[in-house]
Design a protein around this ligand. Structure first.
Ligand code: ZN
Length: 535
């Protein structure tokens, strides 16, 4: 599948000097083959343009991977403790044992004990952030070092989980994490660069050849530059410079410098990320209608505008005039409207520039705003993996939204029909960057982790071609690289992926099982599975 409307499918592709030389059938390409040409027989498998993730956090994920990652392990205390012990033993020089990715449900009450962690590492402080990033598991040594005792009061924005005698048990919630975390040394630029190496390998294994990193502060950007300067950056990356919401226009000068100094190899940093609201699960997503209290009564609360909407108009207009792209975090329908209003102001002031603004997350979108994406030349940056009946939805979201608003969640098909350009992103490590798993949910509205559950608002499902297009051409557009990537067309860069099956014939509720056998960047393998030649 080529994602080229002029030739949607082909059976053979020729690649040379990093580019696509021919697209057609066996006859069209074999005349270009030389004696040293490598042939890869597809045998019923699928060749696609390399996947592009338009919203993810690899620079943060990389540092997590460098430490002791628990994300992909079987979620039991025994497995975690074994993994942590081996990691600690293998790294005798580390001052701190750090990691992340444990699952609350693996422990009774969601609160692991410091004694469990002491069993893995006791002589050095240890701190492990949980999978959703809102809590930490620490050992006794870490609590001692930070001076957290039975007498330590809970901070205003967090809670210390305690034993019956009041002493800290080892789980810290929200702001209480900082009581210990502030003693953890910051990662160095070399560590950030080394972490990127791991994150990039992880992404390449999933067929991802390019991405937009949605949260990059100046030290993280320095890590990206170091990585690119060392010649190791094989992915095409747009790093979003992070808008500090407690600051104003004075930070823009730094963005201009960051953009100029970060054109290194495949790296660019011409995008600004503005987080305009929070998340629905803790009522900080900015909504047009009030949240409910869980029993059907209005709380009167409509969430939080992280950036004043009037100032937002000014900031976006200024950034657009300076040639920056703006990538918004917008969860709630009021945040979406305010971001579109800001884009409208910029368009009025600056005309239809090539800003290519995009709005990520889009959990609740008012129907009046669906057509505005097309009118304003803004894209819908979708995270389809979330559009399902998981516990997060049934327990933490639906009881707190009025039913008519809850019915407007992740309106992907509606926005698409209204002409919105769809751009695909994972939000890794919040959820998996496995594109075919994301595509499965986009097509079925059912999680691959719980295929027995009913679909979530199934009218908002999109077809396979539309979903794949979001994660290829759509995201290539968001990265200003649709002229050279995103589809299989003669002259484009040979960023390609081979999947282990014919996804067009696969039952839709099995799409997420597809595995990546080969990932090419400019014709060079950056991931290859032995099954490619064996199968
Ligand atoms: Zn994100």
């Amino acid at each position: 599948m080529t994602m080229d409307p002029a030739r949607p499918s082909a059976s053979a592709v020729a690649v040379g000097a990093g580019r696509i030389l021919a697209v057609g059938d066996e006859h069209d390409v074999s005349r270009l083959a030389g004696s040293r040409t490598r042939r890869v027989e597809l045998r019923g498998r699928t060749l696609l343009p390399g996947f592009i993730d338009a919203h993810c956090h690899p620079v943060m994920a990389g540092v997590d991977l460098l430490r002791c990652p628990l994300h992909d392990l079987t979620p039991t205390p025994e497995v975690y403790i074994d993994a942590i012990r081996s990691y600690a033993d293998a790294h005798p020089d580390l001052e701190w044992i750090l990691g992340s990715g444990w699952y609350m449900a693996a422990f009774p009450g969601g609160t692991p004990s410091r004694l469990d962690l002491d069993a893995a590492v006791s002589g050095r402080p240890a701190l492990f952030i949980n999978r959703d990033g809102h809590g930490a598991w620490v050992n006794t040594r870490a609590l001692e070092l930070a001076g957290v005792t039975a007498e330590t009061p809970d901070p205003p924005d967090g809670r210390i989980e305690r034993d019956p005698d009041g002493s800290p048990n080892g789980t810290l919630h929200e702001g209480a994490v900082e009581l210990v975390h502030r003693f953890v040394p910051e990662p160095t630029i070399d560590e950030i660069a080394d972490g990127l190496d791991l994150a990039q390998a992880y992404m390449h294994r999933l067929g991802i050849t390019a991405w937009q990193d949605a949260w990059v502060t100046p030290p993280w950007l320095a890590g990206y530059r170091r990585f690119a300067e060392s010649g190791r950056l094989t992915a095409r990356v747009v790093a979003c410079q992070w808008w500090e919401r407690n600051q104003g226009e004075e930070q823009i000068e730094g963005f201009v410098e960051g953009r100029a100094s970060s054109r290194v190899g495949r790296l660019e940093a011409g995008t600004i990320k503005i987080m305009t609201d929070g998340v629905a699960e803790n009522y900080t997503a900015s909504m047009l209608e009030p949240y409910l209290d869980g029993e059907g009564h209005s709380t009167g609360g409509r969430g939080i505008d992280f950036v004043d909407p009037e100032r937002l108009r000014g900031f976006v207009t200024k950034l657009d005039a300076l040639g920056f792209q703006v990538h918004f975090h917008t969860l709630g329908d009021r945040a979406v409207r305010q971001a579109l209003d800001a884009v409208e102001s910029a368009r009025r002031a600056n005309g239809m520039t090539d800003m290519r603004p995009h709005l990520a997350h889009l959990q609740v979108v008012d129907p009046a705003d669906w057509p505005r994406f097309r009118e304003l030349g803004a894209a819908a940056n979708i995270q389809p993996y979330w559009a399902c009946n998981d516990d997060q939805m049934t327990d933490l979201t639906l009881p707190f939204l009025a039913p008519e608003r809850a019915a407007l969640q992740y309106p992907i098909a509606s926005m698409h029909r209204a002409g919105a350009r769809l751009v695909g992103g994972s939000d890794w490590t919040v959820s998996t960057p496995n594109v075919m798993a994301e595509v499965e949910v986009a097509v079925t509205r059912i999680s691959p982790e719980e295929r027995g559950r009913p679909p979530f608002l199934p009218d908002e499902a999109i077809d396979l071609e539309t979903a794949l297009r979001a994660f290829t051409m759509g995201s290539a557009w968001a990265n200003h690289r649709d002229d050279s990537t995103g589809s299989i067309e003669v002259g484009k860069l040979a960023d390609l992926v081979v999947l282990d099956r014919d996804v067009a014939r696969e039952p839709t509720n099995r799409l997420g099982d597809a595995r990546v056998l080969l990932t090419l960047v400019e014709g060079e393998p950056v991931h290859e599975d032995p099954a490619l030649e064996a199968g």
